[in-house]
Write a protein that binds this ligand. Sequence first.
Ligand SMILES: [Zn+2]
Length: 465
Amino acid sequence: MSTGAVSRLVCTGCGAEPARDDPYPFRCPNAGSGDGADHVLRRVLDFDALRLPPDSAEPNPFVRYRWLLHAYHTAVEGGVSDEEFCELVHRLDERVAAVDGHGFATTPFGRSAELSNRLGFSAEGGVWVKDETGNVSGSHKARHLFGVLIWLEVAERLGFADPSARPDLAIASCGNAALAAAVVAAAGERHLRVFVPVDADPVVLTRLAELGAAVTVCPRKKGVPGDPTVHRLEEALAGGALAFTCQGNLNGLAVEGGETLAWEMAATGTPVQRLVVQVGGGALASACIHGFGEAAALGAIAAAPRIDTVQTRGAWPLKRAYDRVEARGGDAEAVAYAAHHRAEFMWPWEDEPQSVAHGILDDETYDWLAVVEGMLATGGAPVIAGERTLQQANDLAHDTTGIDVDPTGSSGLAGLVALREQGLVADDERVAVLFTGVSRSHLSEKEEHRDAELPGSRHPVAQGL
Ligand SMILES: [Zn+2]
């Protein structure tokens, strides 16, 4: 059912669309209906109706790629001019810079000769690193949330929301997502509530307090499955707070800001054949899949790269779901079945997971279906990286690139290391990885790593050690 709009938000589980003037179109209107479907909103563009402004050297990706944004098309429909929209984004970006030292700009993407050599690639192939460690708040997470902030501003500009009655924003996070949310919320002059686990990094907690966020520590309750911070977040949302989170099921619009990553990579003209991407909640992988898919559909690149995903041995709910879709044939019919029977494919990981890559230990992969679809469509597969590989990849990243990436941030590289060891990536392949987050505290990471040494393999399918 088309509304004639260039950009729409459509639920992949049930096909529902929020009202065009819904100030907070983050969650499917039928979410929580108990029908078993996987209710996640996805931003869908009508490529035929899309009129692209001429590309520019504009450094801010949210201005350069504004025609990707649902907020942009909604604003234009509502009478906001292209120029006014750009001004709105620049104004918000200046406030981000005032809070965090600098605003959004295209981040580096290039082949690392030393890393490529160390992994045995030929001169034709190699590893291209997208370095997000210098992005706003030190990770890619700010991209996802800045896209949401732009929407919130546009909703007020169009009269959908009342600027004098702004609801609290809320997020459950153990690190980079919380920091990003706090920076972006402060820039937007909005109050943020953050639900953190008991083992949250003290460096992060100090910064959150500086940024004015209200932090709640959430202990795990015995016998209650799932992430306790997520339970507390859901309570806050039920009380009227807005999901300012990278969890696609709670805020589908958060995925699209992350797509700027894929667009920046595509715009370099590098013919990447494979992206090995880390997965926690799934928004990053989902964003890369959609971003590259759209770049290919619009002819910016010849084809979308193969998408391989990386999870830790501690928790791999995405691979569990992927295997179940594969077992049903791995075709469109299997995906459609999965979209209507979420509980058979995705549920909270039973154990309390631990890993040196603690930023990707989400109990559920919220954007799992989009990521499974992306792997199936591109011939990719899920990889499980063991603790030794995760640490080895982080050491390798530091030694060869000099980028101060944390073990979560280099976990995509860990997946590539594992795939190379298994002989599954050819010497002349061009592979991209994302260094997603900067190292916050060397001391606390080393301690966590020592604690996280896992006893044996409880999971026989685990690979990549
Ligand atoms: Zn739905």
